[in-house]
Design a protein. Structure first.
Length: 262
């Protein structure tokens, strides 16, 4: 990669890339789109067939790892990168940090806080999906699985359990008889989650610590019914990444970068 090129193709106007797919990414794009001096481009991985699109320019598909993203940032004269991808998009997080450093573009991680256990919760925290697969048989037999389509194959060998797997998009190919797919996307209500759990006689919930209000109702329902929750922790944070937890904080960070003399 050649030396970093000067930023900003138009004097006084900034170009911001948001690596998105989350509610926070959409909210940030909407706020930036209202700023006359900002061009906002949102990038979506393309893993969801019918994604919720943010306002502004949208790019769908991968970059080809950190080298491809670095080239794209340079060619498109990006002034700042905000990584607001899902908390479990670990590879994208690493690629964003590396690519931004390669071309000398300021980088920010926008990540909502995880959930915190409350009185009455029966949470069992595990570090990753493999650990969840090992721990699950001791906690229940009828499982509400909300970890997403990509992690579903890891649980399929547990043929002694029955799964209600809630996904946005169905996986390719058929699923075995002990798995029932439920295609759905939040937000959810506590009453709706209670009805779902009772209707399918669920006795354990498996989820990721995604945080946020859109899918939190399942935790309240499990608490009310006294069900165990197998909670998969987030990947470790990247030490070199500047991080904020809210859209307002991200806007403040971007304003400070824009105010610095170029």
């Amino acid at each position: 990669m050649s030396a970093p090129t000067p930023r900003s193709g138009t004097a006084g106007r900034r170009r911001v890339l948001i690596l998105g797919g989350t509610a926070e990414a959409r909210a940030l794009a909407a706020r930036l789109a209202d700023e006359p001096a900002t061009t906002v481009i949102s990038s979506l991985a393309g893993r969801v067939a019918d994604p919720r699109l943010p306002v502004g320019e949208v790019r769908i598909g991968g970059f080809g790892g950190a080298p491809g993203l670095a080239r794209w940032l340079s060619e498109n004269r990006i002034d700042a990168v905000v990584d607001a991808t899902h908390p479990y998009a670990a590879r994208m997080r690493v690629a964003a940090v590396d690519a931004a450093a390669t071309v000398g573009v300021p980088h920010l991680r926008l990540e909502r806080p995880g959930w915190s256990a409350r009185h009455g919760d029966r949470w069992h925290r595990v570090p990753d999906v493999d650990a969840a697969v090992r721990a699950l048989p001791a906690l229940g037999r009828r499982v509400l699985l909300t970890t997403g389509r990509q992690s579903l194959p890891a649980f399929l060998p547990l043929t002694g359990l029955w799964f209600l797997a809630r996904v946005v998009d169905a996986p390719a190919g058929p699923v075995p008889a002990h798995v029932r797919l439920l295609r759905s996307r939040g937000p959810y209500t506590v009453d709706g989650e209670l009805d779902l759990i009772r209707a399918h006689r669920i006795d354990v919930l498996v989820t990721k610590d995604s945080g946020g209000p859109l899918t939190e109702a399942k935790l309240a329902a499990a608490r009310r019914l006294g069900l165990p929750v197998l909670m998969i922790d987030r990947p470790a944070a990247i030490a070199s990444s500047t991080a904020v937890a809210t859209v307002e904080q991200a806007l403040g960070w971007l304003s400070a970068r824009h105010a610095q003399p170029g």
